[in-house]
Design a protein around this ligand. Structure first.
Ligand SMILES: Cc1cc2nc3c(=O)[nH]c(=O)nc-3n(C[C@H](O)[C@H](O)[C@H](O)COP(=O)(O)O)c2cc1C
Length: 170
């Protein structure tokens, strides 16, 4: 049945700050979990030399079992991690070659979460994902930023997480 939420973690280390945050989220909410750091997903290639890597099986499974996708990235150089950018670039394969799978994104929910050592972001971090959701016909659930410092998710971030997840029916 297609009613699950999939959390896609896009940190360059599986058990770093973003991993600490995703563990907290998964303690309280029942989500399907995908760690991009554990997969082989190559950069977008115009000649589709990556067609046999992990991207298509991973995204196809996510689309088949989920109605909501949450992207979770650390802040690297003021923006999303390279892992997440590569993953999003590969959505181009869905629009060009795997059209029936790509069409299923339309109407799905897309959430966006980020992690750094600070509590707040003071600039328009979310724009690329917000506009990509619009382009893909996905319902954008908004962005929230969370702080992990010294191995702990801040109290304020735990409150923000509860509020964010309240918007979802999982
Ligand atoms: C390559 C790299 C770039 C970073 N750039 C930023 C940045 O632009 N702004 C910021 O606040 N923190 C930045 N940081 C700090 C990370 O956002 C922060 O330590 C985060 O919690 C790391 O999560 P991780 O352990 O999952 O990688 C950067 C860290 C790395 C490794």
């Amino acid at each position: 049945m297609k009613n699950r939420c999939t959390l896609i973690q896009a940190s360059s280390r599986s058990n770093g700050d973003t991993g600490i945050f995703s563990n907290k989220l998964r303690q309280h909410f029942d989500v399907n979990f995908v760690d991009l750091n554990a997969l082989q997903i190559g950069q977008y290639d115009y000649e589709e030399k990556n067609r046999d890597d992990d991207f298509i099986p991973t995204i196809s499974n996510i689309i088949n079992i989920s109605d909501t996708i949450i992207l979770l990235t650390p802040i690297y150089w003021y923006t999303m991690s390279g892992l997440l950018k590569t993953f999003l670039d590969r959505f181009t394969d869905l629009l060009k070659n795997e059209i029936s799978t790509g069409r299923k994104l339309r109407g799905m929910n897309l959430g966006y979460m980020s992690v750094s050592n600070d509590e707040n972001l003071s600039y328009d971090f979310e724009m690329p994902v917000r506009m990509s959701a619009e382009y893909l016909g996905m319902k954008y659930l908004g962005h929230e930023h969370f702080s992990v410092n010294g191995g702990w998710v801040s109290e304020l971030s735990i409150e923000k997480l509860k509020k964010y997840m309240d918007k979802l029916t999982i």
